[in-house]
Design a protein around this ligand. Structure first.
Ligand code: NAI
Ligand code: 15L
Length: 264
């Protein structure tokens, strides 16, 4: 078991979903976000920290032997804010990790790294990066940084390309991208318990019948997602059908592919 697990972005949607479920993974949690965390579980340390502040991130990582890195901009935004939180923030995290014993990292990457692959393509973890906006580009950068630190220094990271984490799938696209919160929690446990991790790309998705992604490369972790979006197929079939040539029907990244570049 880890001694101290840092969760960045712990005030966000996924942070709130997982932070009460990490009891079996670490003795102590260090929860961090840019915004204050009011309702932390008992015994957790809480640190307010801007990922763009290198010295603050250095102090944040010190003493942790694992990091679930959820913090950052999680949707398409102007480049300036993505630069601070996702690019400079990522650099600060990996430099801090290098100085403080190389805690294993789970990086919350995104399906938007491959958003411009069509929905009829079946992707392995070696698929070309086809990001669908600055947000996707920042996740692509994050994956590249993690690989560089792995090859140069042996820093281990799970590059989890998350699909769509919601209690249930919200539309037809999500029948392929759905990632049940409990499957995410079990993946986190497997990542931190594995004797050897390396720096694999893992598709962050449940065992969906209509998946676009081949996760066979992650089997060595012993992770077996239990949920399948097929449970909700009838409910989703009753929703209005989007046009076949609409971005949400055509591209893996869905509506993100059609978003404009936003000015800072
Ligand atoms: P969220 O937007 O709800 O949470 C992100 C958190 O990061 C926020 O609480 C925000 O305050 C914090 N943050 C932003 N900039 C920061 C900075 N400079 N310093 C410190 N903290 C900062 O996002 P959500 O949905 O919880 O996602 C978590 C992670 O998972 C994100 O990195 C996102 O890109 C990734 N992801 C999420 C998916 C989903 O289905 N929710 C799908 C794919 C990826
Ligand atoms: C993401 O990367 C976003 O963080 C999340 O809000 C969803 O939009 C998700 O992808 C998705 O593609 O459904």
């Amino acid at each position: 078991m880890l001694k101290k697990l840092l969760i960045t972005g712990a005030a966000g949607t996924l942070g709130r979903m997982i932070r009460t479920e990490m009891g079996g993974v670490a003795e102590t949690l260090r929860l961090s976000d840019l915004v204050p965390i009011e309702d932390a579980p008992e015994g957790a340390e809480v640190v307010t920290c801007d990922l763009a502040d290198a010295e603050a991130v250095d102090r944040l990582v010190a003493g942790c032997d694992g990091v679930v890195h959820l913090g950052g901009i999680s949707v398409e935004k102007p480049f300036g804010s993505i630069l601070q939180s996702n690019i400079i923030g990522l650099h600060n995290l990996y430099e801090a990790a290098r100085r403080h014993g190389q805690p294993r990292i789970l990086f919350a990457s995104s399906n938007h790294v491959v958003g411009f692959h069509p929905q009829d393509a079946r992707l392995g973890t070696d698929a070309a990066h086809k990001p669908d906006g600055w947000y996707g580009v920042s996740k692509s950068f994050g994956e590249a940084v993690a690989l560089m630190y792995f090859h140069k220094f042996g820093q281990e990271t799970a590059l989890v390309r998350i699909g769509s984490v919601t209690p249930e799938p919200i539309d037809r696209r999500a029948l392929a991208t759905w990632f049940a919160p409990e499957d995410f929690v079990s993946l986190i446990a497997c990542v931190f318990r594995a004797p050897r991790l390396g720096c694999p790309v893992i598709w962050g998705a449940s065992d969906n019948d209509t998946s676009w992604w081949d996760n066979s490369g992650a089997r060595y972790l012993g992770w077996r997602p239990k949920r399948n979006s097929a449970e909700f197929a009838k409910k989703i079939a009753a929703l209005p059908m989007p046009a076949a040539d609409a971005p949400v029907s055509k591209w893996q990244g869905g509506v993100f592919t059609a978003l404009p570049i936003q000015e800072d």
